[in-house]
Design a protein around this ligand. Structure first.
Ligand SMILES: Cc1ncc(COP(=O)(O)O)c(C=O)c1O
Length: 365
């Protein structure tokens, strides 16, 4: 059996650190706020080299709060890729803004300057750079477009903890950045958790206030915010896990590199192409094949788990019928039936990768 994700194995490898961290929070009863939240915010800011980090309840809230903190004009348009998880676009709509789906590079699945330019209108106010599958967007190119047109950039780093673009870590390359620590993410909590990072003191202050009822002090509320706090137990777990992230990331990259070698001459599949300026952290290793469903069943019958990210491109979802983008000749609208995510993670040995690759080769004969 080769699992898509093995959270239990990961827990066993750091069991005493996790158990101690949880026990400490319970012993202190520091469930909301408290030392573990502060410690994680500082440690994660340091990891990123970001000036400010604000812990929040999950990655979706992080995007909504970041958009609200940016104070974009009501009803203005945010350009986002058509092939991300709905959380990215949902947050735009819920913030009173308009979603505009753009296409992506077919090799690395992220927005490009050209695909963004194709969707610019006088109403565009921001670009959401989703570093999908752990591959960074080309932030230098996107920044050029943003600067030319006076747009803000929000980086959605939910799948890209530690990825770099032209040598610089994502989460520090736009106006504001958001992270998810959903359990299966490269850095995952044991429940929902998220964070916002920024180098702008005013954005940081506003985001922190929005996430905590708009308060400046207990019962002193400058405006109405919401409750979206990172809880103490999750923060302590994230603190215990963070020192392992670089090692886990290197292992993911090694697994991906081995896939790229083992699968290089298989006809019938298209491999992901990492840009030469990118360090991809392979939250997912996604191939394309016209025989996706057959291959996925073939692998499943051999005990190899796979996933599909995402089976319906966002413009084609019922939720976005009103945008009328489902029939646009976009790569994202055509690729969704061919995407297949192979198992990847630090739980995989080289032998596991060879087993998966051999199963794929035997499928294509
Ligand atoms: C690209 C992307 N953005 C946002 C999110 C939302 O994160 P969360 O599940 O923590 O709300 C996810 C998580 O699945 C994601 O993959």
């Amino acid at each position: 059996m080769i699992k898509f994700l093995d959270l239990h194995a990961q827990y066993l490898s750091i069991k005493s650190d996790i158990d101690d961290a949880i026990a400490k929070v319970i012993a202190n009863s520091s469930f909301i706020g408290g030392p573990s939240v502060k410690e994680f915010e500082q440690a994660f800011a340091e990891y990123l080299g970001a000036e400010f980090c604000i812990g929040v309840a999950n990655g979706t809230d992080a995007i909504e709060i970041a958009l609200e903190a940016l104070k974009l004009p009501a009803g203005s348009e945010v350009i986002i890729p058509g092939n991300t998880f709905i959380a990215s676009s949902e947050a735009v709509t819920r913030s009173g803004l308009r979603v505009v789906f753009a296409d992506v590079d077919p090799g690395n699945y992220t927005l490009t300057a050209e695909t963004v330019r194709a969707k610019l209108t006088p109403h565009t106010s921001a670009i959401m750079a989703v570093h999908l599958y752990g591959h960074p967007c080309d932030m230098v190119a996107l920044k050029e477009v943003a600067d030319e047109h006076g747009l803000k950039i929000l980086e959605d780093c939910a799948q890209a903890h530690g990825a770099t673009c032209h040598g610089k870590i994502v989460g520090t390359l736009g106006d504001i950045a958001t992270f998810s620590f959903y359990p299966g993410k490269n850095l995952g909590a044991y429940g929902d958790a998220g964070a916002i990072a920024t180098g702008d003191v005013n954005l940081a202050k506003r985001a922190r206030m929005i996430a905590n009822h708009g308060r400046v002090a207990k019962y002193d509320h400058e405006f109405e915010g919401r409750n979206s706090r990172l809880d103490g137990l999750q923060a302590a777990i994230l603190c215990a896990k963070l020192p392992n992230l670089p090692g886990w990331t290197e292992r993911r990259i090694a697994v991906a590199d081995r896939y790229l070698v083992e699968l290089s001459d298989v006809e019938g599949i298209i491999l992901p192409r990492r840009a030469n300026w990118a360090k991809q952290v392979y939250h997912l290793f996604v191939i394309r094949t016209e025989r996706r469903d057959e291959l996925s069943k073939w692998l499943s019958d051999k005990g190899i788990e796979t996933g599909v990210h995402y089976p319906i491109a966002l413009p084609k979802l019922k939720a976005y019928d009103h945008l009328g983008q489902a029939k646009e000749a976009l790569f994202v609208n055509q690729a969704d039936e061919t995407l297949l995510s192979l198992p990847i993670g630090e739980h995989m040995s080289d032998a596991d990768v060879v087993t998966v690759a051999a199963a794929i080769k035997s499928f294509f004969g």
